[in-house]
Design a protein around this ligand. Structure first.
Ligand code: XMP
Length: 511
């Protein structure tokens, strides 16, 4: 595997994705957590960082742990740190170097640049600049402004690039990472859904043995794939619990329960909506709502789990991006997600998270491998707190009903709208949902009557992993159809808007 040491850059996850796209297993670890004595590590990538190497709080790492032992690639701060630690010089640049540049001189004989073209476009984003490299290093690429755009050790397998190969704007970035990961480090590119299922089943069996495992299902892809995988591994020793907090999409609870039963899962369905609505009464602060739902969820789940007296393990469909957001070394909480860390402590359950290394698209590949129904695999992500974070202000059953009806029209029409490639519009979108702007009312006219009701906002985004997202360019005829139908059919809504904000700076959910 490849280890990516994270120095806090926003693009560290992207490096991980790119390596995974090469069917190569990788782990992103905090900069100071390099695993010593792990023979499966075939290479190291050092990420960028928000810090300058001269900052007192800059993250520093002992390079001798891996330099000279396995191939190393430093990116941006990683490159600066390699230079700085080996007698090179890093200084503050007059201005931040940001944006596109071209590798005007490039050593095409270096294996890192195999397949490159002279002038290849790269993306720069750095405040400091390298003004001298260590004496035993050679320059292998320069741009008009950056002399030391890439350099290599003459003695050891160490490469350093000032630009960011992981971002889209570095046009041959994928090629560079392939050169490093496959040609230089020798990855055999063996990751596949089939091999994953095989090794995960093995691992689960070894981990839990004959113990009973409980698992919380949410109706989403991750927990469902996790359940089917565990079912394959341990069969009847798995008990699943699916809590209905009353804020799922329209008819979701019964539809999903049926799907689970069809998959042969042993599922207990719990309707706890009464409790959630009662505890949420009058609460309109977004974080407060999330906290209450998180707390109630744990309570309901625990009460149910406790009935399964011989359970030793709690399985969760936690995937890699969930962990990265909560493992983040800069540690900023934007929204408190409720699916991570809500463990029933007093039950002393051990944690089983077989999908913990996977990205969403990999989870879907595993779902296909397990022959799960398409509709379940392709389901858009849905937040744990459900429609509660899509209703501005306080929550009532009536508001949830209005939103469910509007959302159902939107999503069903999205399933039915065919694209030129023969797949549905739904399949082209990462995530879509409807938001009830229930703190706002506006005037409309229906027949001869004046209305004074709420607007809904439609949201649809494209994304790779929800870390960043663009609003989707939905076809106008589709939007017109959805808007007509919602206003005509959903009592309580008299206006439909489309949310044209990307993440960042906006988030996908409104709360
Ligand atoms: P934001 O709104 O932060 O959402 O851009 C990113 C992704 O996370 C989903 N989301 C959640 N998922 N529990 C979850 O399991 C939560 O509490 C939660 N909040 C947001 C959101 O739907 C999007 O896919």
């Amino acid at each position: 595997k490849i280890i990516i040491l994270d120095f806090g850059s926003q693009t560290t996850q992207l490096i991980g994705r790119r390596v995974r796209e090469l069917d190569t297993f990788c782990e992103i670890l905090p900069y100071n957590k390099f695993p010593k004595d792990d023979p499966s590590v075939i290479g190291v990538i050092l990420s960028g960082s928000p810090y300058s190497v001269h900052d007192p709080e800059a993250f520093k790492v002992d390079l001798s742990q891996f330099i000279g032992k396995i191939p190393v690639l430093g990116i941006c701060y990683g490159a600066q740190f390699i230079s700085y630690s080996n007698g090179g010089k890093v200084e503050q640049a007059g201005t931040r170097e940001y944006g596109r540049a071209n590798l005007e001189t490039i050593n095409l004989d270096n294996p890192l640049f195999n397949g490159f073209e002279k002038g290849s476009q790269v993306w720069m984003s750095h405040g400091d600049t390298i003004t001298a490299i260590p004496s035993d290093y050679d320059i292998i690429a320069s741009t008009g402004d950056v002399k030391f755009a890439a350099f290599v050790s003459t003695k050891q397998p160490v490469w350093a690039v000032q630009f960011h190969p992981e971002v889209y704007h570095t046009l041959q970035g994928k090629q560079l990472l392939k050169n490093f990961v496959v040609d230089i480090c020798g990855s055999k590119q063996e990751w596949s859904a089939a091999s994953f299922v095989e090794s995960a089943v093995q691992e689960i069996r070894e981990q839990v043995g004959n113990d009973r495992v409980i698992l919380g299902l949410s109706g989403g892809v991750d927990s469902s794939v996790c359940a089917v995988l565990l079912n394959k591994a341990i069969g009847k020793n798995l008990t699943c619990i699916f809590v209905d907090h009353g804020m799922l999409r329209k008819n979701e609870f019964s539809k999903v329960m049926d799907a689970y039963k069809g998959l042969g899962l042993n599922v207990i369905g719990v309707d706890a909506s009464e409790k959630f609505f009662k505890d949420l009464e009058g609460v309109s602060d977004p974080e407060q709502k999330r906290k209450i739902i998180g707390r109630d969820f744990v309570e309901v789940f625990n009460a149910e789990a406790k009935k399964i007296t011989d359970a030793k393990w709690l399985a969760q469909g936690t995937i890699y991006p969930d962990r990265i957001e909560s493992l983040s070394i800069t540690g900023m909480v934007i929204k408190s997600h409720h699916n991570v860390g809500g463990l029933p402590k007093e039950m002393h359950l051990q944690l089983c998270e077989p999908l913990r290394w996977l990205f969403k698209d990999e989870v879907r590949r595993v779902g296909h491998q397990l022959k799960m129904p398409e509709r379940l695999i392709k389901r858009h992500p849905f937040p744990g707190p459900g429609l509660a974070v899509r209703i501005l202000g306080d929550i009532t059953r009536e508001k949830v009903r209005i939103l469910q009806d509007a959302d159902d029209i939107y999503i069903e029409k999205m399933h039915g709208y065919m694209m030129p490639d023969g797949t549905s519009l739904y399949d082209h979108i990462w995530q879509a949902g409807t938001v009830l702007l229930s703190t706002i009312r506006s005037v409309g006219v229906m027949g001869d009557e004046r209305t004074y009701e709420h607007p809904v906002a439609l949201r649809a985004v494209t994304s790779m992993d929800a870390m960043t997202a663009d609003w989707a360019h939905l076809p106008y005829d589709f939007m017109a159809d959805v808007s007509n139908e919602i206003i005509r059919k959903v009592k309580g809504v008299n206006r439909v808007c489309y949310d044209i904000s990307s993440k960042p700076p906006s988030t996908i959910e409104w709360e």
